[in-house]
Design a protein around this ligand. Sequence first.
Ligand code: GAL
Length: 659
Amino acid sequence: MSRYPALPEGLAFGGDYNPEQWPAEVQEEDVRLMREAGVNLVTVGVFAWALLEPREGVYEFGWLDAVLDRLHRAGIAVDLGTPTAAPPPWFSRAYPDAFPVTREGVRVGAGGRQHACSSHPAFRAASARLVERLAERYGDHPAVVMWHVHNEYGAPLGECYCPASTAAWREWLRRRHGSLDALNAAWGTTFWGQTYGEWEEIDAPRWSHTAVNPAQRLDYARFANEEHLGHYRLQRDVLRRTGKPVTTNFAGTVNCKSMDLWRWAPELDVVANDHYLDAEDPANHIRLSMSADLSRSLAGGAPWMLMEHSTGATSWQRRGIAKRPGEMRRNSLAHVARGADAVLFFQWRASRHGAEKWHSAMVPHAGTGSQMWSDVVALGRDVRRLAPVRGARVAAEVAIAWDWEAYWALELEWRPSGDLAFRERVDAFYEALWREHVTTDLVHPSADLSAYKLVVLPSSYLLTEASAKNLQRYVEAGGHLLVSYFSGVVDENDTVHDGPCPGALRELLGLRVEEFHPLREHESVTLTGGASGRIWSERVILERARAELRFADGPDAGHPAYTVNAFGGGTARYLSAGLSAAGLRPLLAGLADLAGVTRPRDLPDTLELVRRGAHVFLINHGPGPVSVPGVSGADLLTGAPFTGEVPGGGVAVVREETF
Ligand code: GAL
């Protein structure tokens, strides 16, 4: 892990470049414009399989040679893609059974992309052959500084239910469980009479008219993740022989539910993430921060690459909402603040054809006389000025637990409430901390937590014994832990931990839960102190813990809602209510103070403040100016001393004198 590509200097700036869509004269102009904008890295060839191998075993590399040579002459480095996310028509015709099949049994059609199954032997073989040729031809090309495998594994194709997948699944189950007895025990197959006597009896957990065994479904999610990873590794191992770093672009760390990125990150030389704003979400800049923080956390704190984001509208949301003035700049610099050493876009030039012609680009349909082009050129200048930030690290004192297995398990069928949602809880805690100007890492609950003063465990329904012990050790050693409702309930096989809930955390929290009381759609409950919660209420029985707040109304009126248990040198708190981000803020601010978390005071919650090495990033998401006392030094973006005030919508990056 963590071999950042050999780029000349400073941060990377550029984007996906698809010269194959354009005539020669436009390609010449592209390179001239890239220089004007300060582009120093482009991703080439991501969807070019049909042009590189127009017939099976027949290769045409001449056009790509010309593109790479031209870029190299202009001093622009290349992140070379392997185009396996778009198998060509000849492949689909020759191997019709490689089309993926959905859980509902629908065979995916051609004409889009991601239309081959990662487990299918013919797809794996064709991918490997092509990648061998690419590595051979371009491994030594001086323009190529890194490899970009496939595109966004898991989006939109997560699980495939084709016959090849089912066969691979049985093999995977043999490896995971060893014996049918072990599998039957893990899956609890005595329930609904599902005991298996032969491996061949086990099917993929296809759609059924009733809930399907949740342990089987969880294993299938793990299996699907491993299959995509297998397809990646196959290519990675070939490409690594060239000595150049290899990555694949994550489909939005916080948005890609189907891939367990904790398992992916160690397989990459550098973490690369794609991020697109949910245009309708008024707090989308906060979700952006969370996506960036998870990217950094996956990279183990090392610099990562923002491989794609947009200059403006996307073409796949219901409304393609253009970014407001200054928004692209704030978005880009927020990623850099949180550890990105690359600011790259999808895409360089807006396409005239195909599905994404209404997706924004660095060179828009409106051309270089547009505001967009001026903004892109200005951003290129900003990015160059941020060169001293390269390689610097962000230190977080607070962590939120993020586990894809917990995410999957919580949202399977037939839970105590269909409103239980992992992202909803993580988002609420994250937003509360963000608005309190606390920078957060996201961690797996089994990871080393010793660097954190405060850890939050948001509705982590699935929690292994090992993770629970890890949390216990963290608190014992003096850490402060906040656990939200419906955590520590089942193990990795969706089996309820022994005894009353939350079995894995009962001792640490010093309480037990006797009954869940999920709320109806429009119901809410009030806590003593006034905060109100949605979704959840439950009957908590104190054992060693003490109640700090109680339910003031609802099914558990008078009973504990927020508790604390002193454990070893630290404290473990439990919150039974679904407080909004606003409701969580005072609780988290109090906890942060108790835990000694350093955070600035008296700043509006529209100002994003992040420290990266010796630099303080100040990003003003509000319309009016904000003064920031106590920060002084040179503003890298202007070259002048920081004035002490960030204009409405503006950004300052201050190199602190007394850091
Ligand atoms: C990404 C994808 C790109 C492009 C982009 C548009 O998910 O990797 O190829 O489609 O979305 O938003």
